[in-house]
Design a protein around this ligand. Structure first.
Ligand code: NAD
Length: 249
């Protein structure tokens, strides 16, 4: 049996797959990933969380970078991969999505259970009082004033509601992601180089709990050996091919 047909059969017969998506999920929406040539780190040095807290220069550099990246998010739309995952959730073939992405495109496509391991760039959060607000507004303020915005509630240090390098992941989101993977009978991994933790461990956790693991990625990953099926290709066309099999079965 062809791999695509096999994956379609696992999806159709299963009790709801769990999806894990990385930055490659959104390159077809025009948002660059981190590690491909031309990706974000080819042009920017990340600002670490402790630098952000300690230095106003680091905060300015962060907002300079983020206000450029923000335009990519603000103008982007879900691609056919995001839309198919949302459609599969509607019919019970997908239970939920765990994502490293911060662009909010799974939700815009209509997915309802989305666990954002690295938070969201669509909001800013105060690191002192926790107040949240739309990132659009904070970025517009930075661009208009050339000054780092502070919390409108308490004047505290505010930052996008994402996990910066050196910042702790949210324990509750991690716990829910772990539970989802352990309950799944199929883990569909797509668009992640699987080098960052906890992403790198998810295929092994799923396999240990008896789930099948499918990896769809343009490049090989270190976890390919664990998977029951690996497709080295584009996410959009691969999911469309799986969907055609589902429609014809
Ligand atoms: P990564 O950049 O390390 O790896 C992306 C992988 O996706 C690569 O292996 C690449 O070959 C593959 N890929 C790219 N486009 C693809 C496509 N169309 N079809 C199939 N495969 C494709 O990404 P990562 O593992 O998610 O880790 C990077 C970090 O980057 C995460 O922490 C994430 O928060 C952050 N990030 C997020 C966004 C976003 O929200 N869209 C964008 C850039 C970076």
């Amino acid at each position: 049996m062809q791999k695509i047909e096999q994956i379609a059969e696992w999806l159709a017969a299963g009790s709801g797959a769990v999806v894990f998506s990385g930055a490659g999920m959104s390159t077809e929406s025009g948002i660059p990933d981190f590690r491909s040539p031309g990706g974000v780190w080819a042009t920017n040095q990340p600002v670490y969380f402790d630098e952000y807290m300690a230095s106003s220069e680091a905060r300015y550099e962060y907002w300079r970078q983020k206000s450029i990246a923000h335009q990519d998010f603000a103008d982007s739309q879900p691609n056919c991969g995001h839309k198919l995952l949302a459609a599969w959730e509607q019919v019970g073939m997908v239970q939920g999505v765990i994502t490293q992405n911060i662009d909010g495109l799974h939700q815009l496509a209509g997915s309802s259970l989305v666990l954002e391991l690295h938070g969201t760039a669509r909001q800013v959060a105060c690191l002192e009082c926790g107040a949240r607000g739309p990132a659009d507004q904070a970025v517009a303020e930075f661009l208009a004033t050339d000054e780092v915005p502070s919390c409108p509630e308490c004047d505290g240090i505010t930052k996008h509601a994402t996990i910066s390098f050196g910042q702790q992941l949210d324990d509750e989101v991690l716990r829910q992601a772990d539970q989802l993977v352990q309950r799944a009978d199929l883990l569909l991994v797509m668009g992640s180089s699987l080098v960052v933790q906890p992403a790198a461990s998810l295929p092994a956790i799923a396999a240990r709990s008896g789930a099948r693991v499918v990896i769809i990625n343009r490049d090989a990953t270190d976890q390919d050996g664990i998977a029951d099926a690996v497709i080295h290709g584009e996410i959009g066309e691969t999911l469309e091919a799986i969907n055609s099999c589902l429609e014809n079965s």
